[in-house]
Design a protein around this ligand. Structure first.
Ligand SMILES: Nc1ncnc2c1ncn2[C@@H]1O[C@H](COP(=O)(O)OP(=O)(O)OP(=O)(O)O)[C@@H](O)[C@H]1O
Length: 242
């Protein structure tokens, strides 16, 4: 069976730190990501995008409903990229990737190929602290993809980077996706990033939040950020977000 991510009837609430009031972030959220599909989640700040991703990653538990990742008999391998690279600065770049491979029970020798895939082959013995922000995020991408993940979760992966570096990293991610499509969820504040990378964009809104709109991106890959078809869709999403 092919891998999918399914959320059905998901409920999640937080209790306020001061007045103990209950804030319902989700109260019956449904969302599914099909085999080989990359879905981008956009929505206003505080709608619950990161909470959604954390529940899929197993970092948060839903209060009710079902979050399922998989389809196969065994647990699926996850690759996660956060806004910050979260590297271990006291270990060389190669060792940062080897740790992910070891945790997945895979051959650590695959680290060099993963670093080559992100253009960092000659930085394997370097320490993360001397790398640029973009290079550090490339290491984070290499670490996530090194384990050949069935599911990739991306939480604002390029929003801390300057515009040109972010653009290069988006195109790198697209290259990795063209090579091996996976099940993916991308949380982003950038509608331009969403339409460049995703097969489908979902707009979360409301409190509790639900998927209020969906946009299919029927543009074949590899895509160019300058493609007018993407820009039209981008404009529609921005109008709906405002
Ligand atoms: N651990 C927590 N404890 C209490 N409230 C939380 C917690 N995590 C998130 N929240 C609240 O849940 C709501 C959704 O937060 P979340 O970070 O998922 O939103 P978001 O859409 O990712 O926001 P942003 O776009 O600003 O990153 C927010 O109101 C937030 O304050």
């Amino acid at each position: 069976m092919s891998t999918t991510v399914e959320l059905s009837g998901v409920r999640k609430a937080y209790t306020g730190p001061r007045d103990r009031s209950v804030q319902k972030v989700f109260d019956g959220l449904d969302l599914s990501v099909g085999p080989g599909e990359l879905v981008a989640v956009v929505g206003a700040s505080g709608t619950g995008k990161t909470t959604l991703l954390h529940m899929v990653a197993g970092l948060e538990s839903p209060d009710g409903g079902r979050v399922s990742v998989g389809g196969g008999a065994s647990p699926e391998r996850l690759g996660v990229v956060f806004q910050q690279p979260r590297l271990l600065d006291w270990l060389p770049v190669r060792a940062n990737v080897e740790i992910a491979l070891r945790s997945a029970g895979m051959d650590e020798g695959l680290a060099d190929a993963a670093l080559a895939d992100v253009g960092l082959a000659e930085y394997a013995d370097t320490y993360p602290s001397v790398l640029s922000g973009g290079q550090r995020q490339r290491v984070a991408v290499a670490r996530a993809f090194s384990v050949d993940p069935a599911v990739v979760l991306l939480d604002e992966p390029f929003s801390a980077l300057d515009e040109l570096t972010g653009r290069r990293l988006r195109l790198l991610l697209q290259d990795l996706w063209v090579r091996t499509p996976r099940v993916g969820l991308l949380v982003t504040h950038s509608p331009a990033e969403a339409v460049l990378l995703a097969d489908r964009v979902v707009l979360l809104a409301g409190r509790p939040a639900t998927v209020v709109r969906e946009y299919r991106v029927d543009v074949p890959r590899p895509r160019s950020p300058e493609d007018p078809a993407l820009f039209d869709l981008h404009r529609r999403i921005v109008a709906d977000l405002l």
